[in-house]
Design a protein around this ligand. Structure first.
Ligand SMILES: Nc1ncnc2c1ncn2[C@@H]1O[C@H](COP(=O)(O)OP(=O)(O)OP(=O)(O)O)[C@@H](O)[C@H]1O
Ligand SMILES: Cc1cn([C@H]2C[C@H](O)[C@@H](COP(=O)(O)O)O2)c(=O)[nH]c1=O
Length: 214
């Protein structure tokens, strides 16, 4: 694998503003001439969007934790092969809404499967391709859940519907992941206004992109 592009992921709990800010940031960077592929997990391509429908379906309350972890990893594998790697090989910037750290925080820590165990099935899925930079939107889970309840028309999915204790464990899981990868992961205060978060993220991205080109 000899990628020349730049692989950026955005992570964080439910309702932290990842999708909203990502869309503002992609619009602004594209206008400035950057070649960006924006995508999401689970999903991003046909097969992985189908796997997403299975994982997040509210009807599947009986889903086993390991099955869940394997489905996320399978969706990730196909997404990587079909979309992320080809874009990086064409020197593009790939901006992905969630990636491996979500599996480590949600399945590894919050579900209790173990961060090392989940990392190991993901290594089988993605080999050595880790993001170059990750922005972790940090927010009190209760605030994120309130944002979703207040503004979002979308139906709550199987993961959104987990208890507050689960979402608090997800936040703790992300903090564990930061300890493992302090150089890659940049923590963003997602409690600020949408405009402030967007400006902050743009600044971090532009600095990283320009130091990468030197
Ligand atoms: N900084 C902010 N302050 C207040 N509300 C915000 C902020 N950023 C986004 N929102 C609103 O919060 C809601 C959730 O935002 P968004 O869907 O972007 O979060 P998300 O992190 O992608 O959530 P999920 O991971 O659950 O999909 C939206 O209604 C959005 O308009
Ligand atoms: C990639 C990934 C995601 N999840 C969880 C996180 C969210 O609850 C959903 C995805 O929904 P979103 O609205 O697109 O954020 O899936 C997870 O548990 N593990 C993962 O690897």
């Amino acid at each position: 694998m000899n990628n020349q592009g730049f692989f950026i992921t955005i992570e964080g709990p439910e309702g932290a503003g990842k999708t909203t800010v990502m869309s503002d940031v992609v619009a602004r960077l594209t206008k400035e001439g950057y070649d960006i592929v924006s995508t999401r997990e689970p999903g991003g391509i046909r097969i992985s969007e189908h796997i997403r429908e299975v994982i997040l379906n509210n009807a599947y309350t009986e889903m086993d934790g390991r099955t869940e972890a394997l489905l996320y990893a399978a969706a990730r594998r196909q997404h990587l092969v079909e979309k992320i790697e080809p874009a990086l090989n064409e020197n593009k910037i790939v901006l992905c809404d969630r990636f491996i750290d979500a599996s480590l925080a949600y399945q590894g820590h919050a579900r209790g499967l173990g961060i090392d165990e989940v990392l190991s099935i993901n290594e089988f899925a993605i080999g050595k391709l880790m993001p170059h930079l990750t922005l972790l939107f940090d927010l009190e889970p209760s605030v994120g859940l309130k944002r979703i309840a207040k503004h979002d028309e979308r139906e709550k999915n199987r993961l959104d519907a987990e208890s507050l204790a689960f979402h608090e464990a997800v936040r703790e899981g992300y903090q564990e992941v930061v300890k493992r990868y302090p150089e890659r992961i940049h923590v963003v205060d997602a409690s600020k206004s949408q405009e402030e978060v967007t400006e902050y993220v743009l600044n971090v991205l532009k600095n990283s992109l320009s130091s990468r080109m030197k």
